[in-house]
Design a protein around this ligand. Sequence first.
Ligand SMILES: [Zn+2]
Length: 757
Amino acid sequence: MAEFMELEAQDGVRMTWNVVPGTKEEAGNCVVPVSAIYTPIKPFPNMLVLPYAPLRCRNCSSVLNPFCVMDFAAKIWICPFCFHRSHFPAHYASVSEENLPAELFPQYTTIEYKSPREAACLQSVFMFVIDTSIIEEEMAFLKSALSQVIGLFPDNSLVGLITFGTLVHLHEIGFSTAPKTYVFKGSKDVSKGQLLEQMGCFLNKPKPLTGVRDGLSSESIARFLLPASECEFAINSVLEELQKDPWPIPADQRASRSTGTALSVAASLLGACFPGSGARIMAFLGGPSTEGPGAIVSKNLSEPIRSHKDLDKDSAPHYHKAIKFYETLAKQLVHQGHVLDLFACAVDQVGVAELKVVVERTGGFVVLAESFGHSVFKDTLRRVFQSGDKGLGLSSNGIFEVNCSKDLKVQGVLGPCASLEKRSPLCSDTIIGQGNTSAWKMCGLDQATSLCLVFDIVRKDIPDATVQSSSSQFYFQFLTFYQHSSGEMRLRVTTLSRRWVAGPGSIQDLISGFDQDAAAAAMARLVSFKMEIEAEFDPIRWLDKALIHICSRFGDYQKDTPSSFSLSPRFSIFPQFMFHLRRSQFVQVFNNSPDETAYFRMILNRENVANSVVMIQPSLVSYSFQSVPEPALLDVTAIAADRILLLDSYFTVVIFHGSTIAQWRKAGYHDLPEHQAFAQLLQAPRDDADAIINERFPVPRLVICDQHGSQARFLLAKLNPSASCNSDGHRPGGDIIFTDDVSFEVFLDHLQRLAVQ
Ligand SMILES: [Zn+2]
């Protein structure tokens, strides 16, 4: 695995198969698709940024790279993708074996280019959309969190403000003498034309002058979007005045909340002011949308908010209509190049499941918390605006493109992006995620954003041995054109080569190139995607079939002898990953609300391999007087009265005190000078949890609990039920899990029996 991590450290990419199955049939037998999880703008300490434009192949427009074949005498380079021969232009005339341009150095498989022209001073724009149909206490939390980040806005940014409840208020914060707002009815969608008309922009200036955007002069824009340096007072005074939606709510009704219209007004305003340049709508939602387009539930409290069961039975009356509305909004934002970030803070569901399409297509953030007062929300919001080394490296206006060898095709991308519908011979007929294109829009992306590309091997038969020996490499090139957080336009180029194999004797090669962590991450995205789009899809059956197939193909065994079964180290933890994936929040959706499921999947779909693995199979560390902190098996037998456990399941970090530890803590032993060692034992997992929380985005929830306490369920739900109430062998001081899940031992036993058949 170390070698796969080295490749990731060089190029930001992990592939499921690093030795690629060479034919369609071979790839089918490998079960896990050939895919790459790629972090397009992962920061590298020694990233070379070339101050000139890249040289491109005239035929396929791939970029000159270390895998090109050179003919120095003729000053020609040969493209590894289409074999086109290109002459070097005049300014490359001095190129020779001894005098290579940097982009041909073998170590620069990943490199960046920046535009030679002076970087235009591109502003970032933030449009805050704030829900006011929330209780006073939540309003106070939200105001305090917002006023804390106002001072952190980037210097060159512009800020605007929309508030909504029953009505939608667009605040004219640039109006110097008195606060002024434009009010829109929440129950009806507002088109861009209606918006502009109501704002009176056209009435004053019937003939827009040249240089104005979409009829809006810069003076008009300045009425609604203020430079960050000047907005602090204006925004603070609006926030101070901000009150809970004044409309009375009958006891049997939900608050009136026109989320869809508010987002639509925000999108249209940004579309009129800044089409094509980076802008983010940041929506702060404190409850379900109940009014106008995009409503997810009626105001009548007797109608419950849709559950997974309702969606399954297709009995959620507002769902499809809301999805349709948000799909249109997503298209509009992608077209404009703008992002929607969602901060959903409520005990109830707010409609994350319906809004997912907008957030995911535009590459926005999503945060789910119970309250605006919760650290998950407050700390995450602050992290968004943090600059420097701890910043997220927020970038915008990305376009992602792929080139690959002609025996490969692209089925699609699972991740935060939108198809640009660029049909090319590279597109596969089978589509996964955003497919049928070789270019994708990434309105918002940051240093962690990771896409999963799924490839198809299209070659039918094995070429004869002579051809195979001369060119048994597949090539991939990933091009990301984006606006760097500094404002510069950059192009990142990553070019990869992987050996392919086919025919008898290729199994050992395939095994040696299998990255089981990357495979688990890809399978998690794939199973989530299939659950969302395929009716009647049975995820457990699909995962089990895949695993059995893999084990019988790549395992070592004598036919019909389960006890002889073994797996190479390259595959050895893959069954465990699949066991935990089956039990995870991505597959067992009925334990969560549709909003939670949408949230978990959106985060999975944007994270790298290491973080995805933690989501699938949490990590567990044990602290005790007997030893230094050590990793523990994710099993109920890890629980002991005199131990502290630290569970990291990505979304939640749990510190679990065994019953004796909890007793000592309650008795205050850690405060006594003679029990210094106990104080240290208590503190160690806290420090480690803080380290995890400090570097993660969104900030995870911290749960501190005791054995037998009600919060202990956060740990128990993630443990292998090796000692469940229907098995004996209950140990004193340990714990049992009440479940009818199968344990990993039983699962593995079945697997071995089926694999050797
Ligand atoms: Zn080419």
